[in-house]
Write a protein that binds this ligand. Structure first.
Ligand code: GLC
Length: 457
């Protein structure tokens, strides 16, 4: 088929339209290029935890439309601000949140202390726009932090740099910003003083904090002293790349990242994030939910390549997590539990397979074969491996699989023409996604005896 220039431009525009605007806005943030966090560093907890719960919660849950309600529906600031007098999440139970996270196989939590609307979910001295001045009147973050510490469940804090409420924030009508507001006194330096004072508060008054998750540095301001302050106060804190310097890890969002997703494995720390809802991160009354299959494929892809993953839910205004989201998390937890050993303590390994639909991880003499796309055939071919494992199982349900090394007509004229074949893969089951094969070897196949080039990644 010949593609005309017009067809090409149309196809490119369609592809671009499918990429979420927020993902594009965030993709310019620089991220570390290498793994700079040595063994023994207090931040190493993050590399063991791997899978976490993201929680977007704030005043926007009351309307139940989108966490950027104020901006996307152009709600006047004064009107939006009235929601503060309705904030009364009587069903907020941090233990129930942690129970759900654990049922989902998650090992940490990241919580929106302040989203773009500027409403603060902690007892801050620096603005009255906070949870203390509401009918609820309680410090949400304190309750959550106490529960996390009691249950030894690492807690990370999300903080939006863009702020639609604080009068010094220069709302100039750029992306994720309001247009200039009457009565504001835009002053970036004053806003930074406010921000630093709040960050100090967050890192001083809530016990051990395991991470700081910046969002929307719209002015693209650089100031490494802010992360330095966090590190001094909270040495375990892993810091993302959306703040004022590249931080510790990259943050591909909604499974879209131009630089990294095509690679077989990540060379630097990455934490992908995604929401259970297609439309929103905050609670949405008539959300369009993703399928389990879509979410599991995304999570699997990232975990198998060595990235961490944050999956988000938006609790309702009363503090409870919508049952649809909770049920999705529990189902995902069943899958995570079944294949957990393939990424817990296992590391990505490159054996020169040259097949982008497969990722490999290794633990000891076990090789985990991650089928990132639903298998096309009843066999998996692991060319160029020619070592037969002593045992092969489908990790998802423990069934034993057969292996042989046999001459295959498709590759009759290539080297090696005989290769390791594993089967039968139950391709016609209702859930052909998220599959992992575990191959136990007497002696682990030697990658140096195989060809590894950049093209095969
Ligand atoms: C985007 C959205 C924001 C959300 C964030 C989570 O930046 O704009 O609302 O908090 O994604 O990564």
């Amino acid at each position: 088929m010949n593609l005309t220039r017009k067809d090409f431009l149309k196809a490119a525009a369609t592809a671009l339209a499918a990429i979420p605007m927020d993902a594009i806005a965030n993709s310019s943030a620089p991220a570390p290029k290498t793994n700079h966090i040595p063994p023994g560093d207090p931040r190493r907890w993050w590399f063991e935890a791997r899978f976490g719960l993201f929680i977007h919660w704030g005043l926007y849950a009351i309307h139940g439309w989108h966490e950027q309600d104020q901006w996307r529906r152009k709600i006047p600031r004064a009107e939006y601000g009235k929601l503060q007098q309705q904030w009364n999440p009587v069903k907020f139970d941090p233990d129930a949140w942690i129970d759900l996270a654990q049922a989902a196989g998650m090992k940490y939590l990241c919580f929106t202390t302040k989203h773009h609307d500027g409403f603060c979910l902690w007892d801050t001295k620096f603005t009255v726009f906070n949870t203390m001045n509401t009918p609820y009147g309680k410090d949400v973050l304190k309750l959550l932090a106490e529960a996390c510490q009691r249950r030894k469940f690492p807690l990370c804090l999300y903080y939006s740099i863009a702020d639609w409420h604080q009068p010094n924030y220069p709302n100039e009508g750029r992306h994720h910003e309001l247009p200039p507001q009457p009565g504001d006194s835009p002053d970036w330096n004053k806003y930074l003083d406010f921000l630093k004072a709040q960050v100090r508060e967050l890192c001083s008054n809530y016990g051990e904090i395991h991470g700081f998750w910046w969002d929307m540095n719209v002015p693209e301001h650089v100031d490494p002293s802010i992360n330095a302050m966090i590190r001094e106060l909270q040495p375990k804190a892993m810091i993302n790349n959306r703040g004022f310097d590249p931080g510790d890890f990259g943050t591909p969002e909604r499974d879209w990242d131009s630089a990294t997703t095509s690679k077989g494995r990540f060379d630097a720390p990455v934490e992908a994030c995604q929401s259970v809802g297609y439309q929103s991160w905050g609670y949405r009354t008539d959300e369009d939910y993703y399928s389990d299959a879509h979410l599991i494929r995304g999570i699997h892809n990232m975990l198998a390549k060595g990235a961490n993953y944050l999956l988000n839910v938006g609790p309702m205004a009363d503090g409870s997590i919508p049952e649809t989201s909770a049920a999705m998390l529990r189902r995902i937890g069943t899958w995570v539990d079944s294949i957990r050993e393939s990424f817990d303590g296992a590391a990505p390994v490159d054996l020169g397979l040259g097949d982008k639909s497969i990722a490999l991880t290794r633990r000891g003499n076990s090789l985990y074969v991650h089928l990132l796309r639903d298998p096309e055939t009843t066999s998996v071919f692991l060319r160029p491996l020619t070592t037969r494992p002593k045992r092969a199982t489908l990790l998802n349900d423990g069934r034993v699989l057969e292996c042989d090394i046999t001459l295959l007509p498709r590759w009759h004229d290539q080297q090696p023409s005989a290769a390791l074949r594993v089967r039968p893969i139950p391709v016609n089951d209702a859930t052909p996604y998220g599959r992992v094969l575990r191959l136990d070897f007497e002696a682990f196949p030697d990658a140096s005896k195989t060809t590894t080039t950049d093209e095969t990644r």
